[in-house]
Design a protein around this ligand. Structure first.
Ligand code: FE
Length: 204
């Protein structure tokens, strides 16, 4: 069995003007694809090739972990995005949870943006949920993922330079500022609601 890179949930050019077709083509078609190919070459013929990708993200070490997590993280990142201006806004219980944890949606965006911009070198900023249903922003280096820390990932932004260099050169601040218009809030809300039900189930 081998790990297959999932199709993008939209056309390569769907994220313009946040990300150009060329930027997405390189990021999805070269970098994300390379992590999947490398993972397959590393695990071929071993028991790890039969494991679920998410289990590799939690359990693997070294090069297998790096490539498994980068494969998972990128697929998740693409799903957190949608056509600019079409992602809606946080609402309902999810909006209330954001407001409880961060005071307001704007304060949450500000804190998440600061975490993303502040990551030294390569990494990912995440919104995660713990097993009590509490929300938290995580600024993680390289391929690291909230699943390694017992947290459920709800949202992410890739701040590896390859994510934005074609469109924004070295200007990570402008890339992160542009990101908000393309956030797929309904995807994130669904993850919040699934995670919250699971947390209540565990505690109830
Ligand atoms: Fe990337």
């Amino acid at each position: 069995m081998s790990f297959k890179q999932p199709d993008l949930p939209y056309a390569m050019g769907a994220l313009v003007p946040f990300l150009s077709e060329e930027q997405v083509n390189f990021h999805y078609g070269k970098h994300h694809a390379a992590y999947c190919a490398k993972l397959n070459s590393l695990v071929q013929g071993t028991p790890q090739s039969e494991m679920a990708l998410e289990d590799l993200v939690v359990q693997a070490e070294g090069a297998v972990f790096n490539n498994a997590a980068q494969a998972w993280n990128h697929t998740f990142y693409w799903r957190c995005l949608t056509q600019p201006g079409h992602g809606g806004a946080p609402k309902g219980d999810f909006k209330a949870a954001i407001e409880r944890s961060f005071h307001s949606i704007e304060a949450f965006k500000d804190e998440f943006s600061k975490a993303a911009v502040g990551i030294f070198g390569s990494g990912w900023a995440w919104l995660g949920m713990d097993n009590q249903g509490r929300l938290e922003i995580l600024a993680l280096s390289n391929a690291d993922n909230p699943l390694r820390h017992g947290k459920r990932p709800l949202m992410t932004i890739d701040v590896l330079e390859h994510a934005y260099y074609i469109d924004y050169r070295n200007d990570r601040l402008r890339y992160v500022a542009s990101f908000w218009d393309s956030v797929n809030w309904s995807f994130i809300e669904q993850l919040y609601s699934d995670g919250h039900d699971a947390a209540i189930g565990r505690n109830g």
